[in-house]
Design a protein around this ligand. Structure first.
Ligand SMILES: [Zn+2]
Length: 447
């Protein structure tokens, strides 16, 4: 039996993740993501619906994976399996999946987000969308069984995708953190991970984002405590409060709503992307924000709502909106540049429940946003946040727990992936067991 991997994309830069695993004449694809920054550049230039973009232009712009690198494996693909609902893991499905005669398998929340994404892009796929419950298994063929081991991250129903083969398990751990006290969903399935070690793990693709930080990534519960600390300190003096965070971070949104309720404020959520990810979560009964928060989806209505908030008194509300990275078209950017006629002043607070994702565009956008905000003397609270990615000690824990024969550091800058390599050497791994892969590289995994 031959097990060969192709690190199709996401190994030369961070984003547009895609990996293919071949077991003799059968192939499983993990992830089909976009490179968000390259994608946005292209869609901004087009100034149109993204459905007008074609595959070749997107590949050329390094916005989606170049799946031509596995063209001769095309007929062998048995399943496409995104590990979670982030766009850098599933955003290229509308452009690439229809080239494969294979079902798309993912956990309920991921499927629901994908359905919204396809609708937004006006794409109808012939691929079947198959729901696999967290910790569920699907037998694909005589030689391959898929398993979606429940793990924690910054969006619900994230899975460590396990491809079981007669030569051992291949674990796709991209992305994850180890959160023993999540505020939504279950903690990591450590019991199952320990069993995988006994059954034999052939290889792991491991999220290296924060692997160069000697720490344990704090729980989402800590992020909630940080938010509570900041927000409760602002409850007096008739202050207006705006919180901005990741639209797909449903656990974080749930925490902000709960704190808003505790403060006796009406919670209003503004922005299309917020509404989209919340709808996906509500449709599968993961959360129910009805009666707890009012959601305003369309930009035409956002201005109207803000005027009402101004008239009623800002101190009665807690606003959650898009714009944490300073995205120019976001609600927060429009508020800051005065486009929505909603004035923020020295008595008001803006809370960034996020960290700036360090790309040149984000840095530039955030600088512009903050310079607009500073003109109003508003109180700014930054980095009220905990990461969704494992730190060095979490990565070490997983490597020691699973004892994979091969390690492929993924999803990270060179320094982070080098940290995984050093860790592997320290744990006794040889050079031939740690693969510092590039895009399009193929490796046959020796048992
Ligand atoms: Zn992610």
């Amino acid at each position: 039996m031959t097990v060969e991997i192709c690190t199709v994309s996401g190994f030369d830069d961070v984003g547009r993740n895609m990996v293919a695993v071949r077991v003799d004449d059968e192939v499983v694809i993990c992830d089909m993501g976009i490179h968000l920054e390259n994608y946005m550049k292209l869609t901004d230039e087009e100034e149109e619906n993204s459905s007008s973009l074609n595959r070749d232009a997107l590949i050329k712009a390094r916005a989606i994976p170049d799946d031509g690198l596995i063209s001769e494996w095309k007929g062998m693909v048995k399943a496409i399996v995104p590990s979670h609902a982030h766009l850098d893991h599933l955003g290229a499905i509308p452009y690439l999946a229809h080239h494969y005669d294979a079902p798309i398998m993912n956990t309920p929340y991921t499927v629901q987000v994908l359905r919204h994404l396809l609708e937004d892009n006006d794409v109808r796929l012939r691929n079947k969308l198959q729901v696999v419950e967290p910790n569920g298994r699907v037998k694909l063929s005589k030689n391959i069984t898929l398993e979606m081991v429940n793990i924690t991250h910054s969006t619900p129903h994230t899975a460590m995708v396990v491809i079981h083969t007669p030569a051992g398990a291949i674990v796709y751990a991209n992305d994850f953190k180890l959160d023993d006290t999540p505020t939504l969903g279950k903690p990591p399935n450590y019991a199952r991970l320990a069993e995988l070690e006994k059954e034999g793990t052939l290889a792991i693709f491991i999220d290296s984002t924060n692997a160069d930080v000697d720490a344990k990534t704090p729980s989402e519960k800590v992020a909630k405590d940080m938010l509570s600390d900041v927000l409760m300190s602002q409850r007096h003096n008739g202050r207006g409060i705006i919180v901005t965070t990741f639209s797909s971070h449903i656990a974080r949104l749930k925490s902000i709503i709960e704190i808003g309720q505790k403060m006796g404020r009406k919670v209003v959520i503004l922005g299309r992307s917020m509404a989209k990810y919340i709808s996906a979560a509500e449709e599968i009964s993961l959360v129910d924000f009805k009666g707890k928060a009012e959601i305003v989806r369309f930009s035409a209505k956002v201005g109207e709502k803000l005027r009402k908030i101004d008239r009623d008194g800002k101190e009665k509300y807690l606003i959650i909106c898009t714009g944490h990275q300073g995205e120019p078209k976001s609600v927060l950017s429009k508020i800051a540049s005065g486009l929505l006629n909603f004035n923020m002043g020295p008595q008001d607070a803006i809370v960034f429940s996020c960290r700036v994702i360090p790309t040149p565009t984000n840095r530039k956008n955030r600088e512009r946003l903050e310079s607009h905000l500073r003109r109003t003397n508003v109180r700014i609270f930054k980095d009220v946040h905990q990461s969704g990615h494992a730190s060095g000690q979490d990565v070490r824990y997983v490597l020691e727990l699973l004892k994979p024969k091969h390690i492929i550091p993924s999803h990270g800058a060179k320094a982070s992936k080098d940290a995984v390599r050093r860790m592997a050497t320290m744990l006794g791994y040889g050079e031939r067991q740690v693969h510092m892969a590039h895009d399009g590289q193929r490796v046959i995994l020796s048992p």
